[in-house]
Design a protein around this ligand. Structure first.
Ligand SMILES: C[S@@+](CC[C@H](N)C(=O)[O-])C[C@H]1O[C@@H](n2cnc3c(N)ncnc32)[C@H](O)[C@@H]1O
Length: 274
């Protein structure tokens, strides 16, 4: 496990993933009934943007830090959620953003396999009765912890894409989740380095039998160089009503700030029918 999210926190991929995540959480809160969220690759929860890791890559500087002060438009709720968690000094990871969005009746379950990041996350949520933190493999957590007793909620799959077969594991994970937890929303992040692996991923989702899949992507330049993270996407299974339009608004606003190179763009498309 070489991947450490501290080098990447607040980059364009985090902005895409977290701004869309907030849309999904908002939709879950349209009903009073409790929900649960499983964050399978949770990370450490909070990242110091003045730390060495952030300075070495400059990814947050080219990402979230460019959104500072934005108070209007589709990104305003995202920027306000970041500010509520100490941004711009710190960048909140997915568990911190999810936790801040919960109501008293909701809960968050996190799994993180890196011992240091797990310990930091556990400390972050010490004594928080609405959050549980597991030192556990993501896909094992899916099998052990879903479906939720609440019978509604969201599973976020956000693997580091270190393994060659990560796209295959993601397809298997999404398909298993739909079998186990038919009513649940599943959101899975993936890199857009070049087009071919993304096309194969979408084809594999269609072939897996999973129903009702939307893909929301943003790229900062034409995705032709497979060595660079040119963009990223989130596939959402069982996206709530209105998600596609809201995602188009959020990603359009995001690319207008972060997409400074030629060939930048966004797309929100249906990959598999309902
Ligand atoms: C992209 S980062 C997660 C970022 C986090 N979801 C966020 O948005 O703030 C991926 C995380 O997955 C963890 N990880 C890697 N393999 C894992 C596995 N098999 N099970 C659980 N966590 C894993 C890594 O240590 C890393 O912290």
């Amino acid at each position: 496990m070489n991947y450490r999210h501290a080098f990447h926190a607040g980059n364009h991929a985090d902005c895409l993933k977290h701004a869309l995540l907030l849309l999904l959480l908002d939709a879950l809160k349209r009903k009073d009934a409790p929900f649960a969220v499983l964050d399978t690759h949770a990370g450490r929860g909070m990242y110091d943007l003045s730390a060495d890791e952030a300075a070495r890559t400059g990814e947050a500087a080219r990402g979230a830090l460019r959104l500072q002060g934005l108070a209007d438009g589709p990104l305003a709720p995202f920027v306000a959620a970041l500010a509520g968690q100490g941004f711009p000094a710190r960048y909140p990871g997915s568990p911190a953003l999810i936790r801040a969005a919960l109501r008293p009746q909701d809960r968050l379950i996190c799994s993180e396999l890196h011992p240091e990041d797990h310990a930091a996350l556990r400390a972050h949520f010490a004594r928080d009765r609405q959050v549980s933190v597991h030192l556990r493999d993501a896909y094992e957590a899916v099998r052990a912890l879903t479906p939720f007793p609440e019978r509604r909620g969201l599973v976020l799959l956000d693997p580091p894409f270190e393994a060659e077969d990560e796209f295959d594991r993601l397809v298997a994970g999404v398909a298993e989740l739909q079998r186990r937890f038919r009513a649940g929303i599943v959101a899975a992040w993936y890199p857009v380095k070049h087009r071919a692996p993304v096309r194969d991923f979408h084809d594999a989702l269609r072939a897996s039998g999973v129903r009702d899949v939307i893909a929301a992507e943003m790229w900062l330049r034409e995705p032709t160089d497979p060595r660079r993270l040119n963009g990223s996407g989130l596939v959402v299974v069982k996206a709530p009503f209105g998600f596609e339009d809201a995602a188009r608004g959020v990603l359009g606003a995001l690319v207008s700030v972060l997409g400074t190179e030629d060939g930048a763009g966004v797309s929100v498309t249906r990959v598999v029918a309902e």
